[in-house]
Design a protein around this ligand. Structure first.
Ligand SMILES: [Zn+2]
Length: 333
């Protein structure tokens, strides 16, 4: 089986789309809530056949695309909003689409068609000392990714505390920045279900990406991993029986999963500290020691992860910027 089965909960219909070629994500999960007027949480990315798969599974749950009256996007990544516009067009009536204001730019036409590559990305690459071949690969990858979505032009904003209701569900928006600045979870208190987007995933530790497009952020001092850790504490305050994620199977042991994430972060942070202490070098050159055998296509994610951990080491007074470069050089304290 691709992922663990979902428990039966009335008015919550998981739609599971297999995701070949998106790293280790396994599936993209869409959730249809309600009965009759349907709310969708997230959509799959746009790839050949994905729209038909969503329609088919919606049909199996007893609904048609025309029943959808609202789409909530947990965050502005293409594997979550990619099909949203196509689904709206197919519904045959206006469908409101909600996204946190910190993430609307990620789904905008301007960003998708032009801005996925910027001077800020180049600055980051120079800072970590990524070699030319890696940069070229990244540029091609970012150009390729825009094929997996249609931009979202007409988006309604949702913020912390907003609620969405329908037959059998009442959702509360919990802003959980970290994976992206505008990431949100949706909490359904009656069934004690948290729809977590990519904030919590069962089979992998979610990646709080470093925000290289800093000029688009409202808080210039934003640090992805710190925000992520704060957002973990936020969901720990909720009474949760099941977590339904954007990828992979459902979770019924959230505290153990969170404990695992914390252990993983602490171990990685300590490893980065030791490597920098023993042999200070630009961040890109730590990859082989931290992620041995990593495919070339994943090196940007790897260096991003190193950087967000280093920010925490600096916060903790265990490392400091010795030379801004580029490339930047950090030393341990
Ligand atoms: Zn995702």
């Amino acid at each position: 089986m691709l992922i663990e089965p979902f428990p039966e909960i009335e008015f919550i219909h998981p739609i599971v789309i297999e995701l070949p070629g998106f790293g280790d994500l396994r599936t993209s999960n869409v959730y249809a809530l309600g009965n009759g007027p349907i709310t969708l949480i997230d959509t799959a990315p746009k790839f050949p056949g994905s729209f038909d798969l969503v329609e088919k599974q919606l049909h199996e749950a007893g609904f048609a695309l025309a029943d959808i009256d609202r789409i909530i996007i947990t965050h502005g990544h293409i594997d979550h909003f990619g099909l949203a516009q196509r689904i709206r067009d197919a519904a045959g009536h206006p469908v409101e689409c909600y996204l946190h204001p910190e993430d609307t730019w990620r789904a905008s036409r301007e960003y998708i068609s032009e801005g996925m590559w910027s001077q800020e990305a180049l600055d980051f690459i120079a800072m970590v000392d990524m070699p030319g071949a890696g940069v070229e690969r990244m540029r091609r990858r970012s150009a390729f990714f825009k094929h997996f979505c249609d931009p979202l032009d007409d988006v309604s904003e949702m913020v912390e505390g907003d609620t969405f209701s329908g037959e059998g569900y009442h959702l509360q928006v919990i802003h959980t920045p970290g994976h992206t600045t505008g990431s949100c979870c949706l909490y359904e208190a009656r069934n004690r279900v948290l729809f977590s987007g990519d904030h919590i995933i069962r089979h992998i530790t979610p990646n709080p990406f470093t925000e290289i497009y800093r000029s688009r952020l409202r808080d210039p001092g934003y640090q992805s991993l710190k925000a992520y850790e704060d957002s973990l504490k936020k969901v720990e305050q909720l009474d949760i029986r099941y977590v339904y994620s954007g990828h992979g199977g459902p979770i019924d042991n959230l505290s153990a999963i969170i404990a695992g994430y914390r252990q993983h972060h602490a171990k990685r942070k300590d490893l980065i500290w030791r490597l920098l202490r023993d042999n200070p070098r630009p961040l890109y050159h730590l990859i082989d020691d931290i992620f041995p055998g990593i495919p070339e296509s994943e090196t940007f994610l790897a260096v991003s992860e190193i950087f967000v951990h280093l920010e925490i080491l600096v916060n903790e007074g265990r490392a400091e910027l010795a030379d801004p470069g580029p490339p930047a050089l950090y030393r341990t304290i």
